[in-house]
Design a protein around this ligand. Structure first.
Ligand code: 4GW
Ligand code: MN
Length: 269
């Protein structure tokens, strides 16, 4: 548990049968948001196929795939109660902007659609594959995920934004954990508040000619300092095999798909 009594979710800390009984009674629907802009459409098929095997099995799930090319999305057969919903988005030139604008789009859709269609939102990177169980143990008002690269480090070494001119600034004696930009969520209301606040902070920084060091992740970390998550996911929920297999990790539930950075980041076809 954190000092504010939020559970940190590791294998062995929860009983999924009890949780399932509770969430099934409530007949919850889960919205997953992921972005596939420009070349990242190549990740969609594996992402959805593996999600069908491991993500919220037995629940109603809406996959909201934000993309500049809805017609290029693959057809994947989905289990009953699960839908793939393409959402058209602009393709921003700078990749930092592609990543950061996720906050704006999620906050906008929260108001217009998510509030009417789902109970919880799970907002995640798409260059990933599901490799083991991810279920209702993650659901709560507001959750973040420990960044796999720094979960064992001390506060002073976190790569928070340290320039006081930025809205994402966190002083060296504040902050609890370093959270990953690629896995957060909660109720529609809480995700709406988070994404709206992060987007507004980014727009304020843009006006002042500054952009936080780790883009949307920096603003997310700032938000979590002052709005504590009610659950925290361990790095089981966001891992990269490039970081090996430490004994503390009993399960690797959601894994980075190795990408050729040079090719995926170039503007060539
Ligand atoms: C460098 O050239 C790029 S392109 C960095 C991110 C890019 C990108 C990201 C993109 O071209 N299209 C896109 O849809 N995204 C979305 O932003 C996608 O959902 C991706 O998972 C998310 C975050 O980017 P990332 O996964 O590349 O970030 P890292 O390397 O931190 O996992
Ligand atoms: Mn990623």
């Amino acid at each position: 548990m954190t000092p504010w009594f939020a559970p940190i979710v590791w294998e062995g800390t929860f009983n999924i049968d009890i949780l399932n009984e509770n969430f099934r009674q409530r007949n919850v629907t889960i919205g997953l948001t992921a972005f596939a802009v420009k070349k990242y459409t190549v990740f969609v098929e594996t992402f959805i196929k593996t999600a069908e095997e491991h993500f919220m099995t037995g629940y109603k799930v809406n996959y909201y795939i934000f993309t500049d090319k809805p017609e290029a999305l693959p057809t994947v057969s989905l289990k009953e109660g699960r839908k793939l919903i393409p959402v058209r988005v602009e393709k921003y030139e700078r990749w930092q902007e592609v990543s950061m604008r996720r906050m704006e789009m999620i906050s906008r859709l929260s108001e217009t659609r998510f509030v009417n269609e789902v109970d919880y939102l799970v907002c995640i990177d798409i260059d990933m594959r599901f490799a083991d169980h991810i279920g209702v143990e993650i659901l709560t008002d507001l959750f973040g995920t420990l960044h796999p690269g720094v979960y064992s480090r001390v506060r002073q070494s976190f790569s928070y934004e340290r320039r006081s001119q930025s809205q994402a600034y966190i002083p060296s004696d504040e902050g609890d954990f370093y959270y990953a930009g690629g896995f957060f969520g909660g109720t529609v209301l809480q995700v709406y508040r988070l994404t709206k606040a992060c987007h507004e902070a980014m727009m304020e920084d843009k006006k002042n000619g500054i952009e936080a060091v780790w883009h949307d992740e920096s603003y997310l970390n700032k938000y979590f300092v002052y709005h504590k998550p009610t659950k925290i996911l361990s790095p089981e929920y966001l891992w990269d095999n490039g970081m090996g297999s430490p004994p503390i990790l009993k399960k690797k539930r959601f894994l980075a798909v190795p990408k050729n950075h040079a090719a995926i980041r170039s503007n060539e076809k």
